[in-house]
Design a protein around this ligand. Structure first.
Ligand SMILES: Cc1cc2nc3c(=O)[nH]c(=O)nc-3n(C[C@H](O)[C@H](O)[C@H](O)COP(=O)(O)O)c2cc1C
Length: 248
């Protein structure tokens, strides 16, 4: 198999790292991969904040739904959607017309740039033998994250990733199964998939059926949907979008 495809197929999250620093030249390659990623209009609408201060890492471990492995990860990067520097530049131009302010479309485009850059860094890390884990909970508690990272207007955290050399246990951990390609790829027109089809897709993915599948689904709903962290994430995201629209 092609080496790049093999790497993409094999990639899984790593949450426990050997406590050795990542050599700086490898960190620089990981960062360079992020910077080389495609971005809308080549505007690079993101900033990656490398968190090296142990106190800040510890604070992020708490503010991101209490995930202690963040505090001890050798490399921590927070990827922020960032329209600030471009907007300040545009505002400094003598355009002779009223300048519009960053709005929803700009936020979504900046989020796309940010996530693509983050994933380039994650794949580069994999290629160098480092594991990583995304931390979606950086979207929660936006006031606290702004305070920890010193974020101004038009700079919003979209995702975080932590990196390091995987422990043997993590190397041996089986990658969780995915849906089939045919489950997720539709041709030409969207094909709605109802609850019954989802049960079949998940039954096949998880190797479960009948009561066992129903129990798994109920537990999953409780853990990932009807839960405090996802309510807080939506509250915080709504606040960030409001702030973006108000230039705060
Ligand atoms: C956007 C995003 C957010 C995630 N947030 C977290 C997180 O906060 N904590 C965590 O342990 N894993 C997190 N993950 C990792 C997923 O749980 C993981 O990718 C998924 O369960 C599939 O497992 P695998 O990556 O090992 O194949 C996140 C992944 C993504 C893509």
């Amino acid at each position: 198999m092609n080496e790049t495809i093999r790497l993409l197929m094999a990639r899984k999250s790593v949450r426990q790292f050997e406590q050795e620093p990542i050599p700086e030249e490898d960190v620089q390659q990981i960062l360079e991969a992020a910077v080389q990623a495609p971005t809308a209009g080549n505007m690079s609408l993101f900033t990656a904040i490398r968190v090296t201060d142990p106190q800040k890492k510890a604070a992020l471990a708490i503010s991101c739904d209490n995930q202690p492995f963040i505090a001890t990860a050798p490399l921590v990067l927070v990827f922020c959607a960032d329209y600030r520097r471009w907007f300040e530049l545009f505002a400094s131009l003598n355009t002779g017309e009223e300048l519009r302010r960053p709005a929803q479309g700009d936020f979504m485009l900046a989020c796309a740039d940010t996530l693509i850059a983050a994933h380039a860094s994650v794949v580069a890390a994999d290629a160098l033998g480092y594991g990583s884990c995304y931390i979606g909970d950086i979207i929660e508690n936006c006031d606290i994250q702004r305070e920890i990272l010193g974020l101004p207007a038009y700079v919003k955290p979209v995702c975080m990733a932590v990196y390091g050399r995987p422990t043997q246990q993590q190397k041996d951990r089986k990658k969780p199964a995915r849906f089939a390609v045919s489950d997720l790829v539709h041709e030409n027109t969207y094909r709605p998939q109802g609850a019954q089809e989802m049960r079949e897709m998940l039954g096949a993915r998880q190797g479960l059926e009948g009561d066992a599948l129903e129990r798994w689904l109920l537990a999953f709903c409780k853990r990932k949907w009807n839960c405090d962290f996802s309510r807080e994430m939506s509250r915080s995201a709504a606040q960030m979008i409001d702030e973006w629209m108000q230039g705060k």
